[in-house]
Design a protein around this ligand. Structure first.
Ligand code: NAI
Ligand code: MG
Length: 391
């Protein structure tokens, strides 16, 4: 599912690298994204869902989405006024397949000029090696879409039955109130916690850090913390650490190398994973997996960057997409191949001869190539050269 814009550009490189590494697969293209919204009134056509039901493993590039009114304006004139409403196809995929486990690894590549650096106690420059994997609950919490503006009727009554609501909000006119709920279920919470502990235990991480706010958000974060404490004894080699999301964002730049696996609900997982991604190179390096019981979809966390989509020579960094493909290989237990590709990426970065514009800290534009930046394809070529060097 290459999708839109630079999604198509980086997907091409990922497939080339997978093939060069010797991954034996057939690829079927799944339609997804803006063109299908405009043409068919559905950014996630039913045939794409069927394909994924059949094949169970998907690589996703990126899609373009636009606010409601802009989306409606670009719809095929024949479909206008017929009740079509735009919704995000990647959110749709996560919901349809219950892709409830989101995994976002953030690790430093030696020699990446975008690595986080800080000053030590003696004023010396330090470049800590970060190796963090964030497990984010992907389907519930504050992003579950159970929300109201101007709550009325039984919804209002239910809210008003809570003493805190009664005390603090019942004097406020209903039309001035908006409510978004934060729903956690035991099943999904246990699945994300177990996934985090399993990953830590199998891969030798010393700790799982629960990054929530149990002292304040007592029912949801509190439940998650209690469940984490109950589960930890099943994983004796892994410690459970508990941090609050706000404090964690402060510690992010203080001691990021101390963390291993981090687990959080939907929104805090989203926040903390972007925070860590910023320390290891940003969007060009941030990969992810969305895993459910029946299907899995692997994607870079960046979007379709429409302003760079139609360059004659594409300039964006394909590494986030290629790393996402490596996560797919891990999922399929093709770990020798994923290790080979990651080693190739590491060599290219460490040599420092081939760098896309983001790695050179240039402002994106067609002229970055003349300023010495590698194109998307040149980065793909450099990785392929290393992948195939020793067969
Ligand atoms: P974006 O991630 O597409 O781009 C933001 C900026 O990050 C770009 O202008 C570029 O400077 C940089 N960037 C992104 N990917 C890069 C790469 N591989 N290499 C180097 N630099 C890179 O986010 P933006 O501009 O907020 O959204 C553009 C469109 O993408 C919107 O329609 C948005 O809805 C959609 N989007 C889709 C996502 C998805 O498909 N999962 C996620 C985020 C946004
Ligand atoms: Mg995000």
């Amino acid at each position: 599912m290459p999708g839109d814009g630079i999604g198509r550009v980086v997907m091409k490189e990922a497939i080339r690298v997978l093939e060069a590494a010797g991954f034996d697969a057939d690829y079927t293209e799944g339609d997804i994204g803006w063109d299908f919204w405009c043409k068919e009134g559905n950014a996630l056509p039913g045939r794409t869902i069927k394909l994924l039901e059949q094949h169970k493993v998907g690589l996703f590039g990126a899609i373009t989405s636009k606010p409601k009114q802009e989306a409606a304006a670009e719809l095929n004139p024949e479909l206008k006024g017929k009740g079509y409403v735009y919704s995000s196809p990647i959110v749709g995929l996560r919901q349809h397949f219950n892709l409830d486990t989101c995994i976002r690894p953030c690790h430093t590549y030696k020699g990446n000029p975008l690595n986080f650096i800080r000053r030590g106690a003696e004023g010396q420059i330090e470049e800590p090696a970060i190796d963090v994997v964030i497990f984010r609950q992907n389907t519930e919490g504050l992003y579950c879409g159970v929300e109201w503006s101007h709550p009325d009727g039984i919804v209002y009554e239910a809210l008003n039955s809570h003493p805190n609501f009664k005390k603090n909000f019942s004097h406020i006119p209903r039309e001035e109130i908006a409510v978004s709920t934060r729903i956690f279920t035991r099943k999904a919470t246990e699945r994300i916690l177990r996934a985090a502990f399993e990953h830590a235990s199998i891969n030798g991480y010393r700790s799982v850090t629960l990054c929530e706010k149990p002292n304040v958000i007592r029912e949801t974060s509190g439940m998650m913390y209690k469940m984490a404490k109950d589960l930890q004894p099943e994983y004796p080699g892994v410690e459970l650490w508990n941090t609050n999301i706000d404090a964690q964002m402060m510690w992010l730049t203080k001691n990021p190398e101390d963390y291993g696996v981090i687990v959080a609900g939907n929104m805090f997982g989203d926040i903390v994973s972007d925070g860590f991604a910023g320390l290891i190179g940003g969007l060009g390096f941030a990969c992810s997996a969305n895993i459910g019981e029946k299907a899995a979809v692997f994607e870079p966390t960046h979007g379709s960057a429409p302003k760079y989509a139609r360059y004659d020579i594409p300039i964006v960094n394909p590494i986030a997409m290629i790393e996402s493909a490596c996560m797919m290989l891990d999922h399929l237990n093709e770990k020798v191949l994923s290790a080979k590709i990651r080693a190739a990426i590491a060599m290219v970065i460490q040599e420092g001869k081939v760098r896309t514009y983001d790695m050179m800290k240039l402002k994106g534009g067609p002229d970055v190539i003349t300023q010495g930046a590698a194109s998307t394809k040149e980065m793909g070529d450099a990785i392929i050269k290393k992948v195939t060097r020793d067969g």
